[in-house]
Design a protein around this ligand. Structure first.
Ligand SMILES: Nc1ncnc2c1ncn2[C@@H]1O[C@H](COP(=O)(O)OP(=O)(O)OP(=O)(O)O)[C@@H](O)[C@H]1O
Length: 219
């Protein structure tokens, strides 16, 4: 279980804290969705949980053990907003093996299968994939590292309606094996597959029933 206790983030450059006393718990194989407007602190929270920024207060626990930032980098896999903009491999295979040249073809195929891309050619350029396929590839890039928590920043941003539904269905399927934490300003399809939801406003988080977000496309 992921557990955040009074987590806060107040860099010296800002007058007010960006994250304030965040308390949250997410069980294994649950999908949690944090919904908030632009500037509310969503990406900052994910960056801290992915070990890319250092919290200034509070504690993070995984399975009742306190976690330091260095370990967070192994614990979490973060899919950035518009992940396709960060592709650097010339082929799908290269993209999946970036930083992990030791990965065998079995692991590569397993990751592609998880995201429904088992039929694409490994020699395809990531840039030649459709928008929906690119998002799936970005997920596979993280899954191949077998993170304990898969985190996604605005996973449906820039996708059309049918691709958004498609992606939500994929995340619902991934939940059977993985623990997922999603941040978004657009709860639409995501609240329907969520086990837990929170709203975030000015760096403060509040639990909310997923059903109360049904039908809301924007906060
Ligand atoms: N290191 C930092 N120093 C100063 N200000 C920061 C820092 N990191 C984030 N901020 C500010 O904190 C606030 C929250 O930013 P954050 O990117 O987390 O919001 P967000 O909810 O993800 O919004 P968006 O969806 O637009 O990215 C913003 O006002 C941002 O400018």
């Amino acid at each position: 279980m992921l557990s955040l206790k009074n987590l806060s983030y107040h860099p010296p450059a800002t007058q007010n804290p960006i994250l304030k006393a965040i308390n949250l718990q997410l069980k294994p194989q649950e999908l949690g969705v944090i919904v908030g407007r632009s500037g509310s602190g969503k990406s900052t929270l994910l960056e801290i949980l992915a070990g890319l920024a250092e919290r200034t207060g509070g504690d993070i626990y995984w399975k009742d053990r306190e976690i330091i930032s260095l370990h967070l980098q192994q614990l979490a896999g973060l899919v950035f907003q518009f992940p396709e903009r960060h592709f650097c491999g010339a082929t799908v295979l290269e993209e999946l093996r970036l930083g992990h040249p030791e990965l065998g073809s079995e692991e590569v195929l397993e990751a592609l299968k998880e995201v429904g891309l088992e039929n694409i050619s490994l020699g395809t350029s990531p840039h030649d994939l459709s928008g929906g396929q690119q998002r799936r590839l970005a997920l596979a890039v993280q899954l191949i590292r077998k993170p304990n928590i898969l985190m996604l920043d605005e996973p449906t941003a820039g996708l059309d309606w049918s691709m958004r539904i498609n992606l939500a269905q994929l995340l619902a399927k991934l939940k059977e094996h993985w623990t997922l934490l999603v941040v978004t300003h657009d709860p639409g399809e995501l609240s329907k597959i969520a086990d837990r939801c929170w709203t975030i406003q000015d760096g403060r988080i509040q639990a909310i029933a997923p059903e109360s977000l049904y039908g809301k496309d924007e906060l």
